[in-house]
Design a binder for this molecule. Structure first.
Ligand code: OFO
Length: 165
């Protein structure tokens, strides 16, 4: 059985994961209309994964005697000044999500909720991977700079970087 404090915190995370899915869907659309198919499919895949993260939490909350709340979401950014800016935003967002997961882990310990603590370890590991992928992409973008040929190759290769979960 979930305590009120952990249920509220998990519901907050459900909203964050849903918003992450929307944020990356908006990035996918921007990349697609700019003609970068590889980047777009990477972002569509990221968006799908965030929905999976959300659903995993929804089911956990409901199975543990809580009630998962599906709430209104903040609208994501839909335009970016450059691909670099878009991937910087993705990285910053993943760092924010990691912080939120850390806070949740902290609450689960305060509440002595070891089932939730155990469940959350999957998210801790996932965030390490997602931050690492985002960092690798940013390094590549910095290497490319303004080189159009480099951007073409980057767009072709990024699909191999999709995070698996
Ligand atoms: Fe990319 O973050 Fe979910 O967990």
């Amino acid at each position: 059985m979930l305590s009120k404090a952990i249920e509220t915190a998990l519901n907050n995370q459900i909203k964050i994961e849903a918003e992450s899915s929307q944020i990356y869907l908006a990035m996918a659309c921007w990349a697609e209309v700019k003609g970068l198919e590889g980047v777009a499919s990477f972002m569509y895949a990221q968006s799908d994964e965030e929905r999976e993260h959300m659903l995993k939490l929804v089911k956990f909350v409901n199975e543990r005697g809580g009630h998962a709340k599906i709430s209104e979401l903040s609208a994501p950014n839909v335009t970016f000044t450059s691909f670099k800016e878009m991937f910087e935003k993705l990285f910053e967002h993943e760092v924010f999500v990691s912080q939120s997961i850390n806070d949740l882990v902290h609450i689960s310990l305060e509440e002595r909720d070891y089932a939730s603590h155990n469940f959350l370890q999957w998210y801790v590991a996932e965030q390490i991977e997602e931050e690492a992928v985002a960092r690798t992409i940013l390094d590549k973008i910095n290497l490319i700079g303004d080189d159009k040929g480099g951007l073409y190759l980057f767009d072709r290769d990024i699909e191999n970087l999709t995070v698996t979960s």
